[in-house]
Ligand binder design. Structure first.
Ligand SMILES: Cc1cc2nc3c(=O)[nH]c(=O)nc-3n(C[C@H](O)[C@H](O)[C@H](O)COP(=O)(O)O)c2cc1C
Length: 381
């Protein structure tokens, strides 16, 4: 019996230690498998991340994270932004990002920007040019007024070129890679999702057509940076407006969505789920990251409630009443790592609660972590 307990404890330790094993990332090496998930903080007035933002990311780097994915940062297309005080990845925003990057590198972590276009989520009145409507797969009207402009082929090419400029800037500034925000119901995901894309041209209809624009973005970025500069694509089934939404109904469809992106130049996929361990599809216990890894053959980042106690099923991630104060153990993460389901794991809210997440878990386990409070979602600390 004692022997068995010892064996179980050893397996547990070795699997958790896997979290701290290095991982190759382009020309560089991640010091561990722990990624800070991208989280919008609305703290960059005029699109410029300032000293406080640099210090915020540097704290997570000094807390041991191997890789930081920045909050969504807008490409230089006029309709990219949908929210107040989010950072831009162009113009004066780049100086701010360079400061963030240096601060993170000084603490031994790697960092990549998450390039963002909100698509049809944008409404007039938003920065930088308040007259610009949302841009999306289809026209949308509210009270007789057109609030979203259906993108033409020229618009599609312009956005792809804008993403490519973002990738080029990331590379030339010295970032370690770039992530494409292709998830949660923003522009690229609006094209991927049947419900938001009813186009009848080459960008709508079949899965291959719906994936064409995201693949075009990837190809444009790939052509703009060296072959060994990592391009990560973040995708999700769920949307901000619909937690039950799906871009793929089964593993075969998931492959049809993701393989054109891999062929266009994606190096890693980032499967965004609310709970990383949940089965992706009926009939198999396989989680979304594991399934994506299997159908693409690419490395995967998993994310969703790592270290957090069970959340309300239906409530929005960011609302105050959906903040569980409990820290959860890493049993499920351990099981997934033991099975080699995915390669890296991203921690979002857990790392807002405790900047020292990676170091503390290694030194003393999850019981040493700070619990999450609603205030932590509101302020930058
Ligand atoms: C405050 C907040 C802001 C977020 N902003 C982004 C974002 O800019 N881009 C993105 O892809 N996901 C965003 N997310 C989703 C997170 O990256 C992550 O996938 C989600 O919080 C689940 O991980 P967690 O359970 O570890 O928090 C955000 C989440 C939170 C809580």
């Amino acid at each position: 019996m004692q022997h068995l307990e010892k064996a179980v404890a050893e397996v547990a330790t070795s699997a958790v230690d896997k979290l701290y094993a290095p991982f190759p990332f382009g020309r560089r090496t991640l010091r561990n498998r722990i990624v800070m998930a991208p989280m919008t903080r609305n703290c960059s007035p005029n699109g410029v991340p300032g000293e406080a933002v640099a210090a915020y990311y540097a704290r997570r780097a000094s807390g041991g994270a191997g890789l930081i994915v920045t909050e969504g940062t807008c490409i230089d297309h006029p309709a990219a932004n949908g929210y107040r005080d989010v950072p831009a990845f162009h113009g004066a925003g780049l100086e701010g990002w360079e400061r963030v990057m240096r601060a993170v590198h000084a603490e031994g972590a790697l960092i990549m920007p998450q390039l963002w276009h909100v698509g049809a989520v944008r409404r007039r009145g938003m920065e930088p040019d308040s007259g610009v409507p949302g841009y999306g797969p289809m026209d949308e009207f509210e009270n007789g007024e057109r609030v979203v402009h259906a993108m033409t082929e020229e618009d599609i090419d312009a956005v792809a070129a804008s993403y490519a400029r973002g990738a080029r800037s990331a590379h030339s500034l010295g970032f370690d890679g770039v992530e494409i925000h292709g998830a949660h119901g923003y522009l690229l995901d609006q094209f991927l999702w049947r419900e938001s894309n009813r186009r009848d041209d080459q960008y709508g209809g079949t899965i291959a057509n719906r994936a064409r624009f995201p693949a075009k973005v990837v190809a444009a970025m790939r052509a703009a940076v060296p072959a060994d500069f990592p391009i990560v694509f973040r995708f999700s089934q769920w949307k901000m407006t619909d937690y039950k939404a799906r871009i793929a109904e089964d593993p075969t469809e998931l492959g049809e969505v993701l393989r054109p992106l891999a062929d266009a130049g994606v190096d890693l996929f980032h499967a965004s789920t609310r709970r990383f361990w949940e089965p992706a599809f009926e009939g198999s216990p396989e989680n979304l990251a594991a399934c994506a890894r299997r159908v693409t053959g690419k490395p995967l980042i998993a994310v969703g409630s790592v270290g957090l106690a069970q959340q309300h099923e239906t409530r929005r991630l960011r609302t105050r009443d959906n903040v569980g104060s409990e820290v959860a153990d890493l049993t499920r993460l351990r099981e997934c790592l033991e099975r080699d389901d995915f390669d890296l794991v991203a921690v979002g809210r857990g790392m807002l609660a405790d900047a020292q997440w990676a170091n503390k878990v290694r030194a003393g386990g999850v019981s040493t972590l700070n619990a999450l409070t609603p205030e932590m979602l509101q302020v930058l600390t």
